[in-house]
Design a protein. Structure first.
Length: 236
């Protein structure tokens, strides 16, 4: 009998809605800096500041608002007024306090999976914000652990698996991002399930899709997950 699978879920845009609010925030940013730049220039500048700050600021709302402020200053040649800077701060406050709304079927999916498989959450972002959202979603009850990590690369996944003594061959990561939830675990010989969300952050968008493999699958609906995992478990 093969060892049981361990299943890990991503959180943002896998269990609950998230990127829609950031997309709306980006639209508002474009409007705020519109006296100095068109929308495309505004977005290109914002993404550059987000990318440049990942190593020092990490992921999450706080990093995002710092990138917005820095980008606005650059775009306006430091002409932007304090009232507009305040508007950017207000956007971050709204993002930090927005309600946690589960994706249709996600709560039942993690509940069903956890009934027969060891289940955990691996997500990245601001520690306090993510833990508040996990609590609001009431999904920790289904997990033996909740990991909020600084990044989701192969090295991070390796450390998590080693700490929990999980064989990569018996590990399945479920998430909406090819960049963060699929490609890194495939490097370790683990498995992945890609459940796309209808909008993806620019820095989570893969340049090219992954080659077909029996180690990963794309499901259009998270409610299909349990049956897929049962088929994997049966394969050994």
């Amino acid at each position: 009998m093969p060892a049981e699978l361990t299943i890990a879920f991503d959180a943002d845009d896998t269990l609950w809605h998230n990127e829609d609010a950031f997309a709306e925030a980006e639209h508002r940013f474009n409007e705020i800096v519109s006296p100095w730049a068109d929308a495309q220039t505004a977005q290109d500048t914002l993404i550059r500041h987000e990318r440049d700050r990942l190593a020092t600021h990490g992921y999450g709302v706080k990093s995002f608002v710092l990138a917005m402020i820095a980008a606005a200053c650059d775009i306006s040649n430091d002409e932007i007024g304090v009232d507009l800077i305040r508007s950017l701060v207000d956007i971050s406050e709204e993002l930090l306090t927005m309600p946690t709304v589960m994706i249709d079927g996600a709560f039942d999916a993690i509940a069903a999976v956890s009934a027969d498989y060891p289940t955990m959450i691996i997500t990245k972002g601001d520690l306090h914000h993510q833990l508040r959202r996990v609590d609001a979603a009431n999904v920790a009850q289904f997990c033996f652990d909740v990991e909020v990590v600084a990044d989701k690369d192969a090295a991070t996944y390796r450390r998590v698996l080693e700490r929990h003594r999980i064989d990569p061959d018996r590990f399945v990561m479920v998430g909406n991002s090819v960049v963060s939830d699929v490609a890194p675990v495939l490097e370790l010989g683990a498995r992945a399930v890609h459940v796309p969300y209808h909008v993806t952050w620019a820095l989570e968008t893969a340049v090219e899709d992954l080659l077909p493999s029996n180690h990963w699958v794309r499901l259009d609906d998270i409610t299909l997950l349990r049956d897929h995992l049962d088929s994997l478990q049966g394969q050994g």
